[in-house]
Every structure is written in C-alpha cells, then in structure tokens.
Design a protein around this ligand. Structure first.
Ligand code: PRP
Ligand code: ZN
Ligand code: MG
Length: 226
C-alpha cells in the first residue's frame, strides 16, 4: 500500500456482530475518527492510526501476513483461519494481546428437532454443513469421528431442511436462528469472544510505544467494566 507505514493499522469488522462494539472500544481508547459508509480506511484525527473496515473473515490473514498491525476478530474466525493456513503452509502466526469480553457466542452442533442424539460419534460419516470445517474436524477427531463437509459460508441453518446435510455446526448466540429452522443444539464444540491480535513481527519503537499506551488504556476500560 502507501508509504504511511509509520501509522498503526487496525482492522475491524465493517458490518456484523462485532462492528459496533469494536468501534466503541477504539473510541474508548481515545482514538478519534469518523467512519464513512463507503470508505475502507478512516484516518484517526488525533493519533497516527488508520482504521481498516473489512469482512471479519479477512482479518486474521491481514494480521498473519503483516498487512495490518492489529485486528479485532472473533476467536472462532481466528482459529479456523489459523488451522487452514497451517494446513496450506501459509504464515499463520500472530500474538493474541487481549480477549475483549464482547461478541460472545458458541460454535455448536445442531440436528433436526425430531431426531435423537446421544453422542458426537453418531455423526461419523454424516454430512455436516458448516463454515468452520477445521474447528469441527479437530473436535470430532477427539471422538475418532469423521464427517463429510458441506462448506457453506451463509445460510448454514437451512441445509438440513434443504436436504443438503444431516446436521450443522454453526454459531449460536440467542438460539433464535436454530429455533426458526427446526433445529436443536446438541453439543457446544467451541466458545468464542472477540479478541485483539497483533502481527507476529516486532514493531518499530514508536509504534510499539503507541501500542503500549493503547494497551494500558484497554486494561483500564476492561477493569472499569467489571
Ligand atoms: C451467526 C450464525 C447464525 C446466527 C445465530 O451468524 O451463522 O446465523 O449468528 O445467532 P442467534 O443464535 O442469535 O440466532 P453471524 O451473523 O454472527 O455471522 P456471519 O455473518 O459471519 O455468519
Ligand atoms: Zn463472517
Ligand atoms: Mg450467519
């Protein structure tokens, strides 16, 4: 990109579950910025910081590739991406600086309401629709169970009714989506929340100093919430 690499780049989700809390947190850290709907980047007014607003699924790779310095992302998306990149021999390292306490959700297995379910081993050889095949694979491997992957990056909850899959593995927060689609949650496989991550490569002193300042403020913000 441009020659402004002396500015700290922070990636956040543009629109979705984490957006509003991410924006609010950056404000609480004393970063002043104005977001415009059609703009990818917002330049902070009072600090050498640029805020990038992207798809949440793109945030881990941006940090792992060192394109941005910091990112706020769900642990589920982060770990799925990490497993995928490790399998593909791509850079997959990052530093997790601080779990943020918002965006809490769980990744769960769900089956049609009227079906019995006793254990994950029953899913052996079944087709499971999910956006998180690697987290699911890791979990089921612990039960010596394998599954056939129906990769969907949206509308996962309609897959069983549409005859595409036997079960799903998707994010659950209130449970309303499952209920509306005649599914029941049978096993939680992963608990997630938003987290702040940094690129692996060390920062130049001025950037590191800015990050240290932000981290001190963050500790204050988080302890004031308790
Ligand atoms: C998740 C999930 C469900 C919904 C569940 O999508 O895929 O659609 O939230 O929430 P509920 O239990 O409160 O009904 P989300 O919009 O968070 O993420 P995505 O856009 O990345 O799929
Ligand atoms: Zn997403
Ligand atoms: Mg969704």
């Amino acid at each position: 990109m441009t020659n402004d690499s002396n500015r700290l780049r922070i990636a956040i989700q543009k629109s979705g579950r984490l957006s509003r809390d991410s924006e609010k947190l950056l404000s609480q850290l004393g970063i002043r910025f104005v977001l415009r709907d059609n703009r990818l980047i917002a330049h902070a007014e009072n600090l050498p910081i640029d805020i990038l607003r992207v798809r949440d699924d793109d945030i881990p790779a941006l940090v792992m590739d060192g394109i941005v310095d910091l990112g706020i992302v769900g642990q589920n998306v982060l770990e799925e991406c990490e497993l995928e990149r490790q399998a593909d021999s791509l850079p997959a390292s990052y530093r997790e600086l601080q779990a943020l306490g918002f965006g809490k959700c769980r990744l769960s297995l769900a089956v049609p309401e009227d079906e019995s379910f006793a254990s994950a081993t029953e899913l052996n050889g079944k087709i499971i629709a999910t956006s998180y095949p690697r987290l699911l694979g890791r979990y089921l491997a612990g039960f010596n169970t394998s599954f056939r992957n129906c990769q969907l990056n949206g509308s996962v909850e309609v897959a069983p009714r549409a005859g595409l899959a036997d079960a799903i593995c998707d994010l659950v927060s209130t449970g309303a989506t499952l209920e509306a689609n005649g599914l029941k949650e049978v096993e939680v496989i992963y608990r997630s929340q938003a987290t702040l991550i940094a690129r692996e490569r060390p920062f130049e002193p001025a950037k590191q100093q800015l990050i240290d300042t932000l981290m001190t403020r963050l500790k204050g913000v988080l302890s004031a919430r308790e």
